[in-house]
Design a protein around this ligand. Structure first.
Ligand code: FAD
Length: 378
């Protein structure tokens, strides 16, 4: 790996400077710990900036604040993705969090016994007694294998690549996956393209997020997702695989909206390719010019080596973010890390605090800290 001379030592390294990493940073700072947050993006908030045009939160601003700083918008408004990105950037600056942008961690290994971890980011190396992984769950697009058998003339985009209809060819669009991403993407493509939205029905929330009644409903909803639907309760354990792996009920775009806009909705799944065209499990072959895969993501922790931290299903072995078999290693920010709110702006703070409190018994900051402090408090 590397010699000591070009290795920086920290008590704690947080990998990922999205909302989860910043929330962890907030509590580390409160606890007076020595730490740095390494963020791959050029700017804090880029994970949000790179999502499709027109994306707005389905959670109102009053529930979108990270610990210590309310979201700066009318409490009942629904921030845009760019407002969220700017909020995260401002949060890091206001809280004076040591975030280093443009540093993508490429590997994490155990160090010598009793000496924590080695973290590689290109030619840079760090050593830390504790590592918190907050790289997000939405990293590796999940696309079915038969996608490679579709005609190369068909434009294929995963929802993480889709921005707006200017990326599409003339002709029909098949949107695969009918949870919130699929429904929202279909609404953007249907004005100029025949649009088929395929995938099992996910149901819908009982109220429109913008409705006045939803303001009351939200109080119960947040109590439920943060306090009741946790991995400590039967209902939480039952909900976890659905929330984590399948996408939830429709929030803002409801079936009636899709129908009114002219989206052709089918509960059939796209299951195969025939003569280069997608085939649904009801036997239909769709002659489309574009496919947008709103089929979710897989966890991506392949850069973690030599640590008994990742289960066979690709998700971390953790209890409320603490990895039982690897002292000093933590995860924060994934759907249902502990509760239904774990991956939401308004829920991640609880998990972050629990993880930092779990570290409290560890010794005070390590003695060796790099001489030239280049961390930026943006
Ligand atoms: P991310 O935001 O993905 O941040 C992870 C960070 O880690 C990124 O900045 C990334 O650049 C960095 N990173 C990744 N790998 C590395 C590496 N190897 N080295 C260094 N840095 C790395 N939540 C709500 O509360 N309300 C909503 O309305 C809402 N709507 C959503 C709509 C969509 C379409 C999606 C996808 C999510 C939505 N969410 C919403 C869920 C949630 O808020 C986001 O998924 C959130 O971005 C998760 O935060 P995170 O910090 O865990 O991960």
């Amino acid at each position: 790996m590397t010699g000591q001379s070009d290795t920086e030592r920290r008590e704690t390294v947080v990998i990922g400077g999205g909302q989860a990493g910043l929330a962890v940073g907030y509590y580390l700072k409160q606890a007076g710990r020595s730490f740095v947050i390494l963020e791959a993006g050029a700017r804090i908030g880029d994970a949000w900036r790179s999502r499709w045009d027109g994306l707005r939160l389905f959670t109102p601003a009053r529930y979108d604040g990270l610990p210590g700083m309310a979201f700066p918008a009318s409490p009942h408004s629904f921030p845009t993705k760019d407002q969220v990105a700017d909020y995260l950037e401002t949060y890091a600056a206001e809280m004076r969090l040591p975030v280093r942008t443009g540093i993508r961690v490429s590997g994490l290994w155990p160090s010598e016994p009793g000496d924590g971890f080695v973290i590689a980011a290109g030619r840079r190396h760090f050593r830390a007694a504790q590592v918190v992984v907050t790289t997000g769950a939405y990293r590796r697009p999940r696309v079915p294998d038969f996608a490679t058998e579709l005609d190369p003339e068909i434009t294929q985009l995963h929802s993480s690549e889709y921005r707006n209809p200017s990326q599409l060819r003339d002709g029909a669009v098949l949107v695969v996956g009918a949870s919130n991403s699929g429904a929202e993407v279909a609404m953007t493509t249907v004005p100029g393209h025949r649009t088929v939205l395929a995938g099992p029905d996910k149901g819908k929330m009982p109220l429109r997020p913008e409705s006045r009644l939803a303001r009351w409903f939200d109080i119960g909803f947040w109590f439920f997702v943060n306090r009741v639907a946790t991995l400590d309760t039967p209902i939480g354990r039952k909900a976890m695989p659905f929330v984590r792996d399948h996408g939830g009920p429709l929030e803002r775009i409801w079936p009636a909206d899709l129908a009114a806009a002219g989206v052709e909705r089918t509960i059939a799944r796209a299951v195969a390719a025939r003569n280069g065209l997608p085939v649904l499990d009801d036997g239909r072959v769709l002659d489309v010019a574009n496919v947008v895969w709103c089929t979710g993501f897989r966890p991506d922790f392949g850069w973690i080596h030599g640590l008994d931290a990742i289960a066979e299903d690709g998700w971390p072995r953790q209890v409320r973010g603490v990895v039982p078999g690897v002292p000093g290693l933590y995860f924060v920010g994934m759907p249902f890390l502990h509760s239904g709110g774990s991956a939401l702006l308004g829920g991640v703070g609880r998990d972050a605090r629990h993880v930092v409190e779990s570290m409290a018994h560890l010794p005070r900051p390590m003695t060796t800290v790099i001489a030239s402090e280049t961390a930026t408090a943006r």
